[in-house]
Ligand binder design. Structure first.
Ligand SMILES: Nc1ncnc2c1ncn2[C@@H]1O[C@H](COP(=O)(O)OP(=O)(O)OP(=O)(O)O)[C@@H](O)[C@H]1O
Ligand SMILES: [Mg+2]
Length: 266
């Protein structure tokens, strides 16, 4: 197989039987997932299921201690968030990585600031930074009238949208969103999901973490269900419908098994 062949067929991210413990706590056990370009891979599960742990391994915050992480076909062990970002993986955390008192445009260019040179001096090019932010948001159709507004004063949904536009603008291949709709009302959640779809349509691989099958199902191509660190199910969309996904999420299968046991003994 040549390098070109591998590029063509390798998924953006693949985890093979990945595991992670924190001291004595097994947070993740033997989890396999796929993230493809132009698809949304959903990770579902209850509190403590291991969702954030899984994406922190992809984001270079933690390292797996078993199994294999492959990025575009190459086995990797990411030692820092910078390394993950340099490989094209942009992560938006549950508690957003924004500086609340900084303006929208300043946050947008954070870490990639355009500079003006005056001899040996480098200064932030404010005008260009504002233009970059304005264009990045406009490209995604995101309307934030005042870019001087501190990010902390945006709604939760707007903040997620800015973070998504930023990842798209800076050329991420993979966009990881940890519970982007958790704190949002129905309407705002809908808006955020629309931008998830836009990022997907631009060819990014999106990893969407959520508790809510009603948010995952309409936009998802694949569904990984976690429970206490283990895989409860791993489906392509054609293999499962919303009713079944919801049933599995709410422990319906367990209840049925329990009922079956009760029927046997009574
Ligand atoms: N830094 C840590 N140190 C020790 N244990 C941890 C750490 N981070 C997570 N855990 C444990 O690992 C397990 C999985 O946690 P994780 O945060 O991945 O779950 P989650 O699915 O993201 O939950 P939530 O829906 O509440 O965000 C939990 O039992 C948690 O207590
Ligand atoms: Mg979490």
């Amino acid at each position: 197989m040549t390098a070109t062949d591998r590029d063509e067929i390798a998924p953006l991210i693949e985890t093979v039987g990945i595991g992670k413990s924190y001291g004595g706590v097994v947070a993740l056990r033997d989890v396999s997932m796929l993230v493809n370009s132009g698809q949304v891979a959903c990770v579902l599960g209850d509190n403590g299921a291991g969702k954030s742990t899984l994406i922190k391994i992809l984001a270079g915050v933690h390292q797996h201690d078993s199994g294999e992480l492959r990025i575009e076909g190459e086995p990797r062990r990411l030692s820092s968030p910078r390394e993950s970002l340099d490989l094209g993986i942009a992560t938006v955390y549950q508690d957003l990585a924004v500086v609340p008192l900084m303006s929208v445009w300043r946050n947008f260019v954070l870490g990639s600031e355009p500079v003006k040179r005056f001899g040996p001096l480098e200064l932030l090019d404010r005008r260009q930074a504002q233009a970059i932010a304005r264009k990045g948001l406009a490209d995604m159709g995101i309307d934030i009238p005042d870019l001087e507004q501190p990010v902390g004063t945006l709604s939760g949904g707007q903040r997620q949208c800015v973070a998504i536009a930023r990842a798209v603008h800076y050329g991420a291949k993979v966009l990881i969103l940890d519970e982007p709709t958790a704190a949002l009302g129905v309407k705002q959640a809908g808006v955020v999901l629309r931008y998830v779809v836009q990022a997907r349509d631009r060819g990014l691989g999106v990893v969407l973490i959520t508790h809510n099958p009603h948010h995952a199902y309409p936009v998802g191509d694949r569904f990984l269900l976690l429970k206490r660190g283990a895989t409860l199910g791993n489906y392509e969309k054609s293999e499962i419908d919303l009713t079944e996904l919801t049933r599995q999420m709410s422990g319906g299968a367990e209840l049925e098994a329990l009922q079956h046991e009760l029927d046997r003994v009574t």
